[in-house]
Design a protein around this ligand. Structure first.
Ligand code: RAM
Length: 360
């Protein structure tokens, strides 16, 4: 029986009985995924860099949350690339960034629909693992983008930039703005978010350096990538710490809500704010003096790279092992790094001088 026939039979079974049972019964009928030394679940077999890119594939995008403009831009980048490659795009996902069980259901749905690959931004490093491993057992290639799972739960992770660079540079940006002195706080997204937690780890490490001895991180607050909660958390931070000098918000939803709060308060321009935001969200706060500088990568490029990685995996050009290389269309050549990580590049710092050049 051909693989596709097996998979179709299994899908019929999946609708007839419970999904979990059916998927377990069907597991092992397709190529197994194996954990390589780097820890990622590389697909079995050898990569063939000269393999032709397959057309007619379906790649499902599953962001942390669908109504977040950052993910709208990212996933549009994926959609555009898939169209160019002659494959199909679909997007599913929860509207809340703290709905991990919702994300699990969407992984199962995509598996049941027999997509060829999925690109997932994980709300939590471990919660999706069982579902993603089941997907891979069923021949679905799994790429995480933006926010990773545990490495053995996906074939490759398309990272926006080096996590270390992002964490350290955000501290450096804020330190300059507050003259290396005073209390600071972090306004993060969800408490479980892999990406934000990794960056915060590097921020804390950066703060240990002697240059920052007069700066003190007093609190990490969580706004859950929800505008209202992030706004209230900012307000709460300033009530609790009236001497606060600065806030780092490594989330596009958080930084926008914090800027909105500061901009309408007596703290405008006095309490400094930096972090990760989109130029379109932050433009007016840079103009009105609430924010001096912040950073981000191009989300559409991240989505494009995730889509191109998914297609390269599905075509056998790469398997997810360290050292493999592939060409991501006009984006050029990428090499898979340690742990199956592919890095988009360096982030851009936006300020009053350059923000006018960017439209996303
Ligand atoms: C939010 C999300 C996303 C993160 C950006 C910076 O939109 O939390 O995961 O990468 O901010």
């Amino acid at each position: 029986m051909r693989k596709s026939t097996v998979r179709r039979g299994c899908a019929a079974l999946a609708t007839a009985t419970t999904l979990a049972l059916a998927l377990t019964a069907c597991g092992g009928t397709t190529k197994k995924d194996v954990a390589d030394e780097g820890g990622s679940a590389a697909t079995a077999g050898k990569a063939d860099p000269n393999a032709e890119l397959k057309k007619g594939l379906t790649v499902g995008f599953l962001p942390k949350q669908v109504n977040n403009p950052y993910f709208t831009s990212a996933d549009k980048g994926g959609e555009k690339a898939l169209k160019e490659l002659g494959s199909s795009y679909k997007e599913v996902g929860p509207s809340s960034a703290t709905d991990t069980s919702g994300q699990v259901s969407y992984v199962n749905t995509l598996t049941q629909q027999q997509v060829d690959a999925m690109a997932v931004s994980a709300q939590d490093p471990g919660a999706l693992c069982t579902a993603l491993k089941q997907a891979m057992k069923n021949g679905v290639r799994v790429v995480t983008y933006d926010s990773d799972t545990k490495p053995d739960c996906r074939n490759a992770f398309v990272s926006q930039a080096s996590a270390e660079d992002l964490g350290r540079t955000e501290v450096q940006l804020l330190a300059k703005q507050i003259g290396y002195e005073g209390e600071i706080a972090i306004l993060s997204a969800a408490q479980t978010a892999t990406n934000q937690n990794t960056w915060i780890g590097f921020m804390k490490d950066e703060l240990k350096k002697p240059a920052y001895k007069n700066m003190k991180l007093v609190k990490v607050a969580y706004g859950n990538d929800d505008a209202q909660q992030s706004f209230q958390q900012t307000q709460g931070l300033l009530q609790e710490y009236p001497n606060l000098k600065g806030i780092i918000s490594p989330t596009t939803v958080g930084i926008k809500a914090a800027a909105q709060y500061l901009s309408g308060s007596k703290y405008k321009g006095k309490v400094k704010l930096t972090g990760l935001g989109t130029p379109n969200d932050m433009r007016k706060y840079v103009k009105n003096g609430t924010v001096e500088a912040f950073e981000l990568w191009d989300p559409a490029k991240l989505g494009e790279l995730a889509a191109r990685t998914a297609v390269a995996l599905s075509s056998g050009q790469i398997t997810g092992r360290e050292g493999e290389t592939f060409t991501a269309g006009s984006m050029g050549e990428y090499t898979i790094g340690e742990g199956g990580v592919i890095s988009l590049g360096r982030p851009t710092v936006f300020d009053a001088k350059n923000i006018g050049q960017f439209d996303f």
